[in-house]
Design a protein around this ligand. Sequence first.
Ligand SMILES: NC(=O)c1ccc[n+]([C@@H]2O[C@H](COP(=O)([O-])OP(=O)(O)OC[C@H]3O[C@@H](n4cnc5c(N)ncnc54)[C@H](OP(=O)(O)O)[C@@H]3O)[C@@H](O)[C@H]2O)c1
Length: 328
Amino acid sequence: MVFTLKICIIGFGTVGRGIVELIHKKNLDIEVVGICARNCCVYDRNGINLEHLIKNTAGLPLEKYPKADMALDTDKMIDTKCADVYVELTPTNIDHGEPGYSFIKRILSNSCHVVTSNKGPMVLHSRELKQLAKKNNVELLYEATVGGAMPVLNLVRENLRGNSIQSIRGILNGTTNYILTRMAAEGAPFAQILKEAQELGIAEKDPAYDVDGIDAAAKAVIIANEFFSKDSGMKDVDMTGITRITPEFVSLAGKNGFSVKLIVEVSDNVLRVAPRLIKKSHPLAVDGTLNALNLKLDMAGEVTVVGYGAGKYETAGAVISDILSIKN
Ligand SMILES: NC(=O)c1ccc[n+]([C@@H]2O[C@H](COP(=O)([O-])OP(=O)(O)OC[C@H]3O[C@@H](n4cnc5c(N)ncnc54)[C@H](OP(=O)(O)O)[C@@H]3O)[C@@H](O)[C@H]2O)c1
């Protein structure tokens, strides 16, 4: 018997729209029964007509969609239990985790599965949320919170079963990697490249989250809690960003065969984000917005993965992979 998974998407921004477009384009066996934005939801228990939705929401907020119901909100949609899986894609907030934290708690308490790309709740409350999922016998999956399309959590969970991880090291922020790559190629100062990256939409208007190492540190916390059974928070990360890196330093490193990279290091007793010199021949010396992680494992030895940590379809793809893994 064919079983079509029903999902409800919470957050119709870049990633939410990417997911809807990919499910439609690839004709995936996933039925979208609900979509919620901040002020409204769209609900159809027989499955939303995605072609109509995509056509009529291009460049528009969900509330402009004729079938949007302004009387429905996310909490109500969660309590209808209309979906097997709720896909939580609201903005990341690593100070309080809201609104994602409350949504995820509510969904798990209702015994529905959760897939999320939102780092906030997983940085602040991973132990509590994992316990709640276990208690209610449902899945809580969050591959896209670490490294976007680059597989890390599921890679270890599925393909590296039985291995003990000794350490994880690598690049988990594409914006800083892009800036450092261009500083090396052009010998230009940090501030100039940052400004150009902002104009290109690669860096945010408020770049602190990326360039001070906060985003990479949040991912380091998720990794530490996942693989080293920690209950760490942001305060536990020894964090240095890239704002003080000069073109002279990058150039000198280059002449000696090294690239300067913002490196996350996680092991049983290390939780750090800092600029590091990486040999140009090392697999971690990837350029542009790429991410890369090197895992040291007791059985497999070293495994390195490389991929895109952000992007509409890349991130949507990681979320879809988690959704489909629940089905299988
Ligand atoms: N974009 C990426 O490449 C990427 C990569 C990895 C992880 N992530 C994470 O994935 C999540 C989504 O990212 P995004 O780029 O899609 O963000 P986004 O474009 O800012 O979209 C977030 C959406 O959530 C909605 N929202 C806010 N509060 C809500 C509420 N109370 N109920 C329902 N919906 C609400 C927003 O609605 P309004 O438009 O009405 O405000 C918006 O549509 C974030 O946590 C982000 O950090 C993103």
